[in-house]
Every structure is written in C-alpha cells, then in structure tokens.
Write a protein that binds this ligand. Structure first.
Ligand code: KG4
Ligand code: ZN
Length: 318
C-alpha cells in the first residue's frame, strides 16, 4: 500500500511517502523563523506561507520518491484539530493530488497522528496508553485499537508546550522557547525556586495557566531583587511542569494496564519527559515503551502516513 501524507495544521507544511508501515520520504517546510518576530504563530501568515511552500516541497517530493506517484493508493491528510486556514491548504492540496491520480483521500486526526508517529520503526501492541504533549494539547489517551480510542484526561486551559513557549517569551527567548528552557534546565537546580505543580488532584486532567502566571510573578520579583538565576529558574519550572504529568500518567497505568506506553507530540522531545516515561515503562514492566525519534516529535507528515497505514490495514474499504 502506497500512501502520500500531508500535514499542515500549524506552521509546518509537511509531506511524506510510505510503503505500508515504512516511511520512504519525510519532508518538512518549517516557518518558525517567519513567526519569531511576533512571538508565536500568526494564523493568517501560516496559511499564506503554506501556499508558497507547496510547489518547492512537492517538487522535492517527486524528485526523492523511489516510486512514481501514479502508483499511489491513498492521500492521507490532517483534517483536525489545527488552524483553520492552515488545515484548508493541506486539505485542498491532498484533494487535488487525489483527484489527479483518481485515488481516495483519508482525512485524519492530528493528535492520533502524533500517537502513531511514536510507533514508526517500533513494535507495539494494544491496549496502549499515550501521553500527548504538544504546543496545542496535553492529554492522555487509552487505545484498545486504532479505531477504539478514549481521551481519559486533558488540559483545561493552556497546553504544556504553550506554557513553555509563553514562559520562554517572558525570558526573552525566541519562539518556540520550549527546547531552550529544557536545555538550560539541565544545568540548573530545581530546588532553588518554588513553583506550583498544576492541578494536583484526583482526575487525569491538567492545567498550565496557573504555572504561567506564577512564573511571571516569580521572574519579575526575583529580577527586582537582583536575585534571578536563569538556569535554576528553568530547572524549577521544568520540575513543576512535568511533576503532574508523571503523577497522572502513573495513576493511568495503574487503572488501565497496557502493553504499550508512549509519549508523543512536540514536547516529547523534552529530556525530563522522555526520562520519566522510560522510567514508568520499566517500573511497570510494560512490554513496549515508545519514545519517538526526535524527527517524529514535532509536526511531520510521516506520522500521518503511519496512522493512515494502521487505519487502512484494519479498514480495507476506506
Ligand atoms: O507537536 P508540535 O510540533 O506542534 C503542535 O501540534 O502543537 O509541538 C510544538 C511544541 C512547542 O510548544 C515547543 O516549544 C515544544 O513542542 N517543544 C518542547 C521541546 N521541544 C519542543 N517543549 C519542551 N521541551 C522541549 N525539549
Ligand atoms: Zn502537533
């Protein structure tokens, strides 16, 4: 089965080609630099830049493809969630290619794409528990199959990546600041500052807006007192941001015994989160603990291709 996948939900236009579950081509046109001046993604600009990026990216895809595109079986694309303008560009691109080659399209969910991105080049088995940590979402999903999925907890306000980026912005880091905070956190002392660990309750839900506000207050107070130590702040922030992820994921593992535990989404590149998920997998002797390769953490189309394959494998009529 030959699949072309399109991902365009935010500020990356990405294309991938897969033969069954093997990713053959994985291309991304990132716009991060274009949005940095604004401190975050500008939706209208993202959609316009996607349009500009289509021709060069598609040309590159055709040149690097090991097979002719007229042997494609499906065009899969991210249908939701995401920025409406960005999603529409991806949908129109996918539908145009599909119309040209007389093949069907397959609209897919971005977050489940992230989940299956973690299974690329990895063995896995159901049931699975997936922790999704990205710029737009923080949630735990339980999957009994590719078609039977349940969100058991999610953020009630900001997403974890969004919180990292907004705090990065307060520190004067360019967008997205998540990876830089993570880098500096590894050189600091987490005990130095006290920040609240958000939504420490009996649910599987999360909240990050309080941590964002507490960070803003702490930064301005410590700066005023000439007492601000950047690396220690980043370490303290990282400890607070990840503590409840660990508590709630562990509770979920106890309630939903699984064969696969995985983490996915842009913030799954975070060193502390990767360490925490691996440690839980070992502690609970979970058969497969998946932490995605860095190229499959942030938005990409390979994850959409892999999700499409898993979906189509069990839904032959789609
Ligand atoms: O999945 P993604 O590419 O886009 C969304 O679907 O949202 O995630 C991007 C997010 C950004 O918020 C970015 O700061 C965060 O992932 N991120 C990190 C790290 N690397 C990327 N957050 C914390 N630590 C990191 N190492
Ligand atoms: Zn994403």
């Amino acid at each position: 089965m030959r699949i072309l996948a399109v991902e365009s939900s935010c500020d990356e236009l990405a294309l991938a080609l897969a033969e069954d579950d093997r990713i053959l081509v994985n291309l991304v046109a990132s716009q991060i630099r274009d949005h940095q001046a604004y401190g975050g993604v500008v939706p209208e600009l993202a959609a316009r830049l996607h349009l500009e990026n289509i021709t060069p990216l598609l040309t590159k895809l055709i040149k690097s493809s090991p097979f002719s595109l007229d042997t494609l079986d499906y065009v899969a694309y991210t249908a939701n969630p995401g920025l409406v303008g960005s999603l529409i560009v991806g949908k129109v691109l996918a539908e145009t290619i599909a119309l040209y080659y007389h093949i069907p399209t397959l609209p897919l969910n971005h977050l489940r794409g992230h989940i299956f991105g973690a299974t690329i080049n990895n063995h896995f088995a159901y049931p699975m528990l997936a922790l999704i940590v990205s710029g737009g979402h923080t949630q735990i999903e339980y999957l009994e199959s590719v078609h039977e999925t349940q969100i058991i907890g999610q953020t009630l306000d900001d997403a974890i990546g969004e919180c990292y980026d907004k705090v990065g912005n307060m520190l004067g880091f360019s967008y997205p600041g998540g990876a830089k905070i993570d880098r500096l956190a590894q050189k600091g002392k987490a005990e130095r500052y006290h920040l609240p660990s958000p939504k420490n309750d009996a649910t599987f839900d999360f909240s990050y807006s309080g941590l964002k506000t507490a960070s803003r207050q702490l930064i301005s107070r410590e700066l005023k007192n000439n007492n601000f130590e950047l690396n220690d702040f980043c370490a303290s922030f990282q400890a607070a941001a990840t503590k409840n992820l660990a508590i709630k994921l562990e509770r979920a593992i106890k309630k939903y015994p699984v064969k696969t535990l995985l983490v996915a989404g842009g913030a799954s590149a975070n060193s502390q989160i990767r360490k925490m998920v691996r440690a839980l997998g070992t502690k609970y002797k979970i058969q497969h603990t998946l932490v995605p390769d860095l190229e499959y953490c942030t938005d990409n189309a390979a994850m959409i291709a892999k999700y499409a394959y898993e979906h189509l494998k069990t839904h032959k009529n789609n």
